[in-house]
Design a protein around this ligand. Sequence first.
Ligand code: URA
Length: 246
Amino acid sequence: MNEKEKIDSRQELKARLEFFRDLGVEFLVSPRKKAGKSQTAAVESPLLIAGGFSGGPATADSEEWERLIRKIMSCQACPLFKGRTQAVPGEGNRQAKLMFVGEAPGRDEDLQGRPFVGRAGQLLTKIIQAMGFSRDQVYIANVIKCRPPENRTPRPDEVKACSPYLLRQIELIKPRVIVALGKVATDFLLQSPKSMSELRGNFGEFQGIPVMPTFHPSYLVRNEGNKEIKKMVWEDMKKVLKLLES
Ligand code: URA
């Protein structure tokens, strides 16, 4: 590492520690060795799919995943396909114990074909790291696989058209716990008339899987100076960690 790289990496570490302090993290968890039921990570980047990457030896599940991803990539079930650069199926460990579900791809995600890679995504990555995981140890997906115009909230008919994909992903992954990021994911998974503020921090259930609703990382980005919101999210994540460790 040259001098400049050393300074960059020190600055990066400092920024990360400051963020953890804002979250209210009292301790740092060393990276977890066993986050998934196995360590096979599969990144569903369309490029990797095109390159034949299947995340491990071919099994009935991996063939099913391939079919599912291809369906998502060519889906025309709702008008959102017309505006997409590419669909964003999701990525991570297909045997993850922990799954994050967001709303829909934004501009960066639409361009890269990967979930949560913009500003909100960078924040989500830090939260995942603060929990002691890396992105490829968990699974990250959205309710909606194509970017809505101007990042507007997805419409109920779009959610309905897209829902079989997320449902199948959850069935295949069988996570021990799901974190629902924001209102769209929470409404989809918990079907509760209550507000986000009422629901967050308390486990609900989706088909027998505990679901922790928490604020969407974009909400944290929009309220950057508000440490209380970050702390609330971290409190929610601590409950998730406790459940995973039980
Ligand atoms: N917001 C989401 O809900 N999902 C993404 O993938 C990116 C931003």
